[in-house]
Design a protein around this ligand. Structure first.
Ligand code: FES
Length: 218
């Protein structure tokens, strides 16, 4: 259910644009943030706010992998599977993540902590293979870095990833508990997804594969 407050926010954002339809992407972020994913009601609300047909909004939702049409985990890990990342071993990274989280690509862990996705180019081809965690990049992934990434998420939650990757990219090795703690990361509680038997950008405009679009539009 889209609240009146959210609808007012949609109208406010739409009014900032010379053509209201140009506000489609930020409006979709608003409804997704409000409900955790883009519901059919969210699509209708956005369509009404910007004056387009719901079909047009849905076609955008199903095109971009940053929008979800079903509940997702609190931490969303996206692995680029396009050509540059493929040539640099993204399959190995993806397989490692699947083993660590105990889920397959496209799935969410039963505890709702992680969603793992394979996506088209994340526009970080020069640093392949590339991964995004809640919109933050982790690049040039190796099996060791993949382990360190999950360890960091387990210990400090998704908020720690920005600092984690800064250290990796500056060649200072894996993040330490002390430095990660300094960014005010919040540790999550619950069963660890790292036990191997698992049971879970928005700035780049990353798009969905054909299979994802078909799945999302059902
Ligand atoms: S091919 Fe992977 S980021 Fe472009």
């Amino acid at each position: 259910m889209i609240s009146e407050e959210v609808k007012a926010r949609l109208r406010e954002v739409a009014a900032r644009y010379p053509q209201a339809r140009s506000a489609m992407l930020p409006c979709l972020h608003i409804v997704q943030d409000a409900e955790g994913y883009v519901t059919p009601e969210g699509i209708l609300a956005v369509a009404e706010a910007i004056g387009v047909k719901p079909d047009e909004v849905e076609s955008v939702v199903t095109f971009y992998s940053m929008y979800h049409q079903e509940p997702i985990g609190r931490t969303v890990i996206k692995v680029c599977t396009s050509i540059a990342c493929y040539l640099h071993g993204c399959d190995e990274t993806l397989a490692k993540l699947e083993r660590r989280l105990g889920i397959q690509k496209g799935q969410t862990t039963p505890d709702g902590r992680y969603t793992l996705e394979g996506v088209e180019c994340l526009a970080a081809c020069g640093m392949a293979p590339a991964v995004q965690v809640n919109g933050e990049f982790a690049e040039q992934m190796t099996p060791d870095k993949t382990d360190a990434l999950i360890d960091t998420l387990e210990q400090h939650g998704p908020g720690a990833i920005r600092n984690y990757w800064r250290q990796i990219s500056e060649g200072r090795g894996m993040a330490t508990e002390t430095t990660l703690g300094s960014v005010g990361a919040t540790a999550e509680t619950g069963a660890p997804a790292s036990n191997g038997n698992g049971n879970n950008a928005q700035t780049t405009g990353e798009t969905k594969s054909r299979g994802q679009r078909q799945k999302g539009s059902r």
